[in-house]
Ligand binder design. Structure first.
Ligand SMILES: NC(=O)c1ccc[n+]([C@@H]2O[C@H](COP(=O)([O-])OP(=O)(O)OC[C@H]3O[C@@H](n4cnc5c(N)ncnc54)[C@H](O)[C@@H]3O)[C@@H](O)[C@H]2O)c1
Length: 323
């Protein structure tokens, strides 16, 4: 599999370091609007520096393109990659508006295995364990979730909505996907938002209802301290609980009163703990084995729909928005 990367930054480097471990992968190179970064990246990681994604595919022969550039720039590069016939791995968020998502869905025209969205948390051991418990019969009645950022000054572009699309697109979207993954399809959102400490809305409260009637309370802000946990999911069942803390541990208390199980992975290698390594296996393994992708364009689309609906609800004083 010949792979190219668009975006010679942090995530581009992380992805190359992971797929270069595979024997069935050839890294063809990188493209970036910043030529210096592009050249330095290819010196460090190998491969060539290309002018743009078209050249990387046509001349470099890239069959798979990893898109690791700022959020609001994803759409054009995803479209360019798809139009040149490549399979596209898009970092989260998929895109930063439903209008952009619609354009890509039209381009895909229902074709499978052309687009994968990097929701790494689905593969993080704590969330994989929670999912396993749900699949084994833990029936989620309600949930309480937090997803915070300790400090939105670093990296410096985090508060630049023109690049990120906003805090929900940059950070909270991970948890919107987790709600779908662990609890169920969201049918209705209500959201209240405030601007507290940064020049954008940075303080959010949500109530979600799923298509099965489960209710979820969630909050997400960009001005939490660095005291852990900044990310936590509590699922309540029939006298039963699942609680995750960071990506470090998950506690399951079963309804038979005798089950108290704690899975602690805090000392795991970071790429495993955050699910990046397993996500690579899932994505590239599916291509190698010609199997359907586990994360579909519909998953990507729904995450954007939830995010945009939350912003619409917030702009309307917390009005319920049906999805
Ligand atoms: N899944 C995760 O855990 C996770 C974590 C961090 C970031 N991300 C996502 O990864 C993406 C990249 O984040 P990062 O931290 O690597 O950013 P970064 O700033 O380190 O790198 C981005 C690179 O993209 C380049 N670039 C900007 N616009 C471009 C364009 N139009 N064409 C080509 N290159 C362009 C920049 O010059 C820069 O080198 C973002 O979408 C972000 O939300 C995901």
């Amino acid at each position: 599999m010949k792979i190219g990367v668009v975006g010679a930054g942090n995530m581009g480097g992380l992805h190359v370091s992971l797929f270069k471990n595979r024997t069935d992968v050839e890294f063809v190179g990188v493209t970036d609007i910043d030529l210096d970064r592009c050249n330095k990246f290819s010196e460090i990681h190998g491969g060539k520096a290309y002018k743009n994604v078209q050249e990387m595919i046509q001349t470099g022969g890239a069959e798979i393109v990893f898109v690791t550039i700022p959020n609001t720039k994803h759409k054009q590069v995803i479209l360019d990659g798809l139009r040149e016939g490549a399979v596209v791995f898009g970092e989260k968020p998929f895109v930063t508006s439903i209008a952009d998502a619609d354009e890509i869905m039209t381009e895909l025209a229902g074709k499978q295995n052309r687009l994968y969205n990097g929701f790494n948390r689905r593969f993080a051991p704590v969330y994989a364990k929670a999912k396993e418990l749900v699949q084994q019969g833990f029936q989620v009645r309600s949930a309480n979730i937090i997803m915070n950022d300790g400090d939105m000054t670093s990296p410096p572009w985090v508060t630049n909505t023109a690049l990120t699309g906003g805090f929900l697109y940059d950070t909270t979207i991970h948890m919107f996907d987790m709600v779908r993954f662990l609890v169920g399809e969201i049918a209705e959102v209500r959201c209240i938002a405030q601007q507290c400490h940064y020049p954008l809305q940075d303080n959010f409260s949500f109530i979600f209802t799923t298509t099965s009637g489960q209710s979820i309370v969630m909050s997400s802000n960009g001005h939490a301290s660095w005291a852990y946990p900044s990310e936590r999911i509590q699922l309540w069942g029939d006298h039963a609980t699942i609680v995750t803390e960071e990506l470090d541990n998950v506690m399951h208390c079963g309804s038979n009163k005798s089950t108290l199980e704690i899975t602690d992975v805090k000392n795991l290698d970071r790429n495993m703990k955050w699910g990046y390594a397993q996500m690579h296996e899932d994505f590239l393994g599916a291509i190698a084995a010609n199997q359907p992708f586990s994360i579909t364009p519909e998953d990507a689309y729904k995450s954007v729909l939830i995010t945009e609906s939350c912003y619409i609800s917030a702009a309307n004083g917390g009005k319920a928005i049906q999805l």
